[in-house]
Design a protein around this ligand. Sequence first.
Ligand code: ATP
Ligand code: MG
Length: 655
Amino acid sequence: MTVQIDHALEEIRRFRPSPEFAAQAVADESLADAARADRLGFWADQARNLLQWEKPFTRTLDWTNPPFAKWFDDGELNVAVNCLDRHVAAGLGDRVAIHFEGEPGDSRDITYAELTAEVKRAANVLTDLGVGEGDRVAIYLPMIPEAIVSMLAVARIGAVHSVVFGGFSADSLASRIDDAEASLVITADGGYRKGRVFPLKPTVDEAIAKTGGSIENVLVVRRGENEVDWTEGRDHWWHETVGEASAEHEAKAFGAEHPLFILYTSGTTGKPKGILHTSGGYLTQTAFTHKNVFDLHPESDVYWCTADVGWVTGHSYVVYGPLANGATQVVYEGTPDTPHPGRWWEIIEKYKVSILYTAPTAIRSFMKLGRKIPQEFNLRSLRLLGSVGEPINPEAWIWYRHVIGGGSIPVVDTWWQTETGAIMISALPGITDLKPGSAQVPIPGISIDILSDDGTPVEGEGGGLLVVTEPWPSMLRGIWGDPERFKQTYWEKFGTEPTKAMYFAGDGARRDEDGDIWLLGRVDDVMNVSGHRLSTAEIESSLVAHPWTAEAAVVGASDETTGQAVVAFVILKASQAELVTDPAEASEELRRHVATQIGAIARPRQVFIVNELPKTRSGKIMRRLLRDLAEGREIGDTTTLADTSIMQVISAQVR
Ligand code: ATP
Ligand code: MG
């Protein structure tokens, strides 16, 4: 059987880049031409132009043992030097690297010279604590500058970081420490979230007690000033060690394939996987995409990516891409609505942010609150908007462009994964005609195809499986400690012969007549209604296009007559919630709306009006839990949910 995903939602809006934007754009057509003419030569040029190599490479790609790739592997570089020292050496030491904004309102500007000195001090302390090349360091910190300093200090000495999002429980932290056998944890006493100090150090103590005993030292940043227990000999204050250390540190160069970090996926579909990334290829593609997809002019732009460093977006587009490019960026510690719902817009006004990169979940929550809040702030400094993490519904795209972007600036929807390390599919601003809802085109040097189950290309508009057909510089190098799982999960979808090695991303997609790619949702979530495979993303977008809807999640639930039936969960906009007094009538109206917009086949069997949706800590909808609910099953594993009580709340609303 082949995968054919029915789609009928016609999205016909197109936005040409303005001539003014195009005239100043960083990216131009020559990039795609060069990549088409000589793909490996193109990446070799990017690696040489964007990075500083201590020993130049002579081999671009070694793919003799697929799926284990080596990029630039006889070259040597230091990742931290590329992000710091070389900018200082180039005379940019006084440029602000980080405008830090704490949740309570404290703020701090850190220049490239200051950041470099701090990383050198931290690197000296790590070495004193016995951390050496290849050793793993767990980082469990709030979104404060020390998180970035820690990552770079670990990279500088050739150790491997494993950042664990500060919202994770002791159990999640313990299992990640054990999986990587980390010898050091860097944490804080606590951080600020929703107007309060949330303790971190106690969670670390609890986690360490549950581990197999690999942790030798704990380095603690003072941030929350909350009371903490102290284990003499094991625990060390950051300000007493890093604060006192020498800012002299000579960095050694490491091979391009030297491991840089392990990071666990979000866990939207199941147990998180420890994804391994290495140095030279990863830094090449993050720097390239950060520069070209965000149209970065480092001398004048103020960039802000709202992701936490606990996610891959924070790794690639807060730490490595922006700092490799010498960008000036905002780092904000807290939540968007503390102490007031306009906090993000206030920050944009304060720092004159010109490039904003965020997730659809945030955009939809602002849509839910209404446009009045952002309209109270001056957002005219913005000149480019980005989105990542889930498909962005066309209606959310339009809202983002109009309400936040003032109606005329580019919005780029960037598709990628923890595994891909960097952006793979996106419009290039200034070149690509923008289409709301489509991630659009593979970036230059990336080979994407859409295949049916048997590995044949899906022609025309039918949907299929999204695959990457050629290795790419920032690709994952494995799952930590589990090469078999790495091969099975990603590379054996179309057979086990090495010649067929193609990367299967787990997402469904289709290509339109212009060659633009539309993400249809995760293959695990695809619904089969009377033999038609329907896309979750398209039905959700149709629901969000209704003026009442702020956010929607759609699942397929088993059904006696149709095999599966569409079941939708919808959050109404705050402004509509009062007007819609009869939920039964609202459901009926939304069912009718989908049937008219897409077709009778997509009409939901049920539409439940709810106040919340189950999400991972990174804000992605976890449809498998809604499927359990829709089928009346016991709710499955909820450990990666941001709020584990949410399924009880939703269950009660649905009854
Ligand atoms: P797990 O693999 O553990 O289930 P996850 O897939 O949510 O977790 P991430 O690597 O954080 O972990 O997310 C990558 C996924 O997010 C992609 O496979 C895709 O489903 C979705 N995604 C990211 N960006 C986009 C986008 N621009 N459009 C559509 N989907 C996107
Ligand atoms: Mg995934």
